[in-house]
Design a protein around this ligand. Structure first.
Ligand code: F0G
Length: 458
């Protein structure tokens, strides 16, 4: 047996977990209107709702908090973050924001508007919402192999260059930008290859259209490139990440993912005049340009995290531990997205809960069943999250399939916690056909999954 890849840290401070009974959880679910976003976190045993803002910070990051400079203007913390972002991205203009979607709001307010079209491998839901909110249209062009959940292709997050070319022709003169989401969260957390980034850029250059990164999980993506893309094995994750950023006009970033921070984000831009407009918008809603909606200590935690996340012992453990969980769940006979992505395991709820029709929201059924029986919180990525509605009836239009994401917070859970999740899926498998379907009772227009209310179908 080879030695296992271990968690490359030891634990200095712990946060107790609280156990609840199945009876209690049944009542909690009812009161939460069968939407786990409404459940109190203290009522969750293992929280795989998101990998966003849920990382355990290192001793170095906690120490960095004490160095936070809370000056309104010219904070030292800003300049430390600026140095970290410069070193990583080479993008000269840093606009700090309180989280990723605030950067998106600013960028798309500047680039979007009615009549405009944006292309992506797959837009994350807040990104799409921020684009559509300006009146523009967001078109996903993900590589076709992403739809084949079984296929073990290395870069299923790629943008489909053929579809992109077709969209550029169809919407000639109206495409404002292309945004590559790395890794591709909504398509299984799959990486995008460096070649795909280069090719997308070359194609866009011919049309004079800028390329941006939604860089939330840039480090995981860079490490996948190192592992899987020929010619990059001997490069450092930092070098690869730098090349990714070197190809783009800018990036939106959520520090809540690959900056190992609990809050924060930024917009980084190459073009100074666009950055100036962005700073003007920033000042109206987020704050002065040297803090942009964050406290100085949060800027420092992000600056430290941006360096730590590229530690290759960390990245090796991160990718290996997600793959370990995926293998375990798959070995229980559960259909998952293959190969597993960097930050999460995605289960095909539509296939697994084959007693439910797509209209009965199998993703919601799995999420609620897993919580009721085992206290594990996951999230649906499907019919509810995408929120496509029939204009005539207002009813949800079923997604091609409902995935359920088991997002793994960074440095938080041990292998035993994940073993509990694996065994829970095994047990749930035996009774899965007894899980009820759901119908939506109330549905807001934007980002419906956060606040929708549901009822089980008797
Ligand atoms: N882009 C991607 C690819 C994301 O995954 C997220 C957030 C954002 C943008 C927005 O960043 O939350 O800082 O405003 N994803 C979280 C998730 C919420 O659970 O996947 P934010």
């Amino acid at each position: 047996m080879p030695l296992p890849i271990i968690e490359p840290f030891r634990i200095k401070s712990v946060e107790p977990l609280r156990r609840t009974t199945r009876e209690e959880r049944r009542e909690i679910l009812r009161q939460a209107k069968y939407n786990l976003f409404n459940v109190h976190a203290r009522d969750v045993l293992i929280d795989l709702l998101t990998d966003s803002g849920t990382a355990a910070m290192s001793n170095r990051q906690w120490a960095a908090l004490m160095l936070g400079d809370e000056s309104y203007a010219g904070s030292e913390s800003y300049y430390r973050l600026k140095a970290a972002v410069d070193r990583l991205t080479g993008l000269p203009h840093l606009v700090p924001t309180h989280q990723g979607r605030a950067a998106e709001k600013i960028l798309f307010q500047l680039l979007g508007g009615p009549g405009k079209v944006f292309l992506s491998n797959t837009f994350f839901d807040t990104t799409r919402a921020n684009i559509e909110f300006t009146g523009a249209v967001a078109v996903d062009c993900v590589a076709p192999e992403a739809a084949d959940l079984e296929r073990e292709a290395p870069f299923k997050g790629n943008i489909d260059l053929g579809k992109m070319a077709a969209m550029l022709a169809e919407h000639a003169g109206r495409v404002a930008a292309c945004i590559l989401t790395v890794t591709n969260n909504s398509a299984g957390g799959q990486p995008v290859s460096l070649q795909n980034i280069r090719d997308a850029r070359a194609l866009l250059d011919r049309h004079g259209i800028p390329l941006y990164l939604d860089a939330c999980r840039f480090a995981e993506n860079a490490y996948f490139i190192k592992l899987r893309e020929p010619g990059h094995a001997d490069r450092s994750a930092l070098e690869i990440a730098r090349e990714m950023f070197s190809r783009v006009a800018g990036a939106t970033f959520s520090g809540k993912k690959d900056a190992l921070a609990n809050m924060g984000g930024f917009l980084a831009l190459r073009d100074g005049s666009l950055a100036e407009k962005a700073r003007n918008l920033l000042t109206i809603t987020e704050g002065f340009p040297t803090y942009g909606g964050m406290s100085g200590r949060d800027l420092d935690a992000m600056a430290a995290g941006l360096e730590e996340v590229l530690d290759e012992d960390y990245l090796e453990y991160r990718i290996a531990s997600t793959a370990w969980t995926a293998r375990g769940i798959k070995a229980k006979g559960v259909p998952i997205v293959n190969p597993p992505g960097g930050h999460a395991v995605y289960v095909d709820a539509t296939a697994w809960l084959d007693h439910l029709a797509p209209e009965q929201l199998p993703g919601q059924a799995l999420v609620n069943g897993l919580y009721e029986h085992y206290g594990i919180r996951t999230v649906e990525i499907g019919t509810v999250m995408f929120g496509k509605r029939d204009p005539a009836t207002g009813a949800l239009i079923p997604a091609a399939r409902d995935l359920v994401r088991f997002a793994i917070p960074r440095r938080v859970y041990t292998q035993t916690h994940m073993e509990y999740v694996v065994e829970a899926m095994g047990e749930l498998g035996a009774i899965r056909r007894s899980l009820p379907g759901y119908r939506a009772v109330t549905l807001p227009d934007f980002l419906p999954h956060f606040t929708a209310e549901f009822a089980p179908i008797a």
